[in-house]
Write a protein that binds this ligand. Structure first.
Ligand SMILES: *[C@@H]1O[C@H](CO)[C@@H](O)[C@H](O)[C@H]1NC(C)=O
Ligand SMILES: *[C@@H]1O[C@H](CO)[C@@H](O)[C@H](O)[C@H]1NC(C)=O
Length: 299
């Protein structure tokens, strides 16, 4: 299995690269750059508003840009994602010999955790009105105990006060210029607990025949976010994957459903919480962001 998988992935990668060109649609974009940017939209959010009341776009498996169709979830670099308006990052690290590298499954993503911290720090210095939420999760190694390594990377590649360092829900004003870690590993508070969020992450989609069940889960959770406790942060993943339903193929089917659903509800402020996607298009991100005010973009 360990020998066969890389070979199989190479063949699959080749098949994908010859059989499908890149697409740029309002809901879906697997080209290298966004259609347009929206780098400082949080400047217009009142500073007194708790983050849990903000509707914001995120990316699932933010750093999964390489490894072929089965592993890739995004096509924009992290700086491009941030400038396009993405404010929730899903970062999976692998803990090896004290180092934190970025992987998706078996695929190394040519980056380490320091690269992620540096990119976000640079973005926040350039756009101090913004905040970035970062889920950090260890995958693949024998231990989830990455606290000491994360702390070392923060000191080496960023700075201690870049983080929020509290379990409490910050307001927009408190969060500006900071990374709000959504901590999925043990240890003292580097940020909020990931498990304190209300999350729908039905990522196991056995085949393309199950798109409607996946969409139903997304739809139900978005409806729930609208009417539920606004002091609790809601997080909805529209992404999914399996050997018979690759991330890009699913996103090409689910993203349009999400886009149509949101477009139909535009024109009024609504709290959906965080909505994450694979390969989102810039117009989809814009429409998510506009729910903070309820303004409508004419198509
Ligand atoms: C950890 O990173 C350092 C610095 O990049 C490198 O020299 C070392 O070989 C890495 N260790 C492992 C186990 O990968
Ligand atoms: C919606 O309103 C907000 C706040 O005034 C503004 O920042 C944003 O650019 C508007 N969006 C569009 C598409 O006009």
């Amino acid at each position: 299995m360990t020998l066969q998988l890389p070979l199989m992935e190479t063949i699959l990668l080749w098949l994908v690269s010859v059989s499908s060109g890149a697409l740029q649609r309002p809901d879906y974009d697997d080209t290298p750059t966004p259609e347009f940017l929206n780098p400082s939209w949080m400047a217009d959010i009142p500073s007194s508003r708790p983050l849990s009341e903000i509707t914001m776009p995120g990316t699932h498996n933010t750093m999964a840009l390489y490894g072929g169709g089965l592993a890739e979830c995004q096509s924009w670099s992290l700086p491009h994602q941030l400038r396009a308006g993405v404010r929730f990052l899903d970062v999976r690290v692998r803990h090896v010999g004290g180092n934190l590298t970025i992987h998706h499954g078996i695929s190394y993503q040519y980056a380490h955790f320091g690269d992620v911290l540096q990119a976000v720090d640079a973005f926040l210095k350039e756009h101090p009105s913004e905040t970035v939420l970062m889920r950090i999760r260890e995958e693949l190694s024998e231990t989830r105990d990455i606290y000491a390594a994360v702390v070392r990377y923060i000191h080496t590649y960023a700075r201690w006060d870049l983080l929020w360092h509290s379990r409490r829900m910050p307001t927009m004003g408190e969060a500006r210029g900071k990374i709000i870690v959504l901590q999925e590993f043990p240890g003292p508070a580097l940020g909020m607990r990931y498990s304190s969020l209300h999350i729908a992450d039905d990522w196991q989609v056995p085949s393309m025949d199950h798109v409607s069940e996946k969409w139903q889960s997304v739809y139900n959770h978005l409806e729930k976010a609208l009417v539920s406790d606004r002091s609790r942060m809601y997080l909805t993943y529209s992404s999914g994957a399996s050997i018979r339903a690759w991330p890009y193929a699913l996103a090409r089917r689910v993203n349009p459903l999400l886009y149509d659903h949101l477009t139909a509800r535009a024109g009024k402020p609504r709290r959906f919480g965080i909505i994450t996607a694979d390969f989102p298009g810039a117009p989809l991100l814009r429409d998510i962001i506009n729910f903070n005010w309820g303004n409508k973009t004419s198509a």
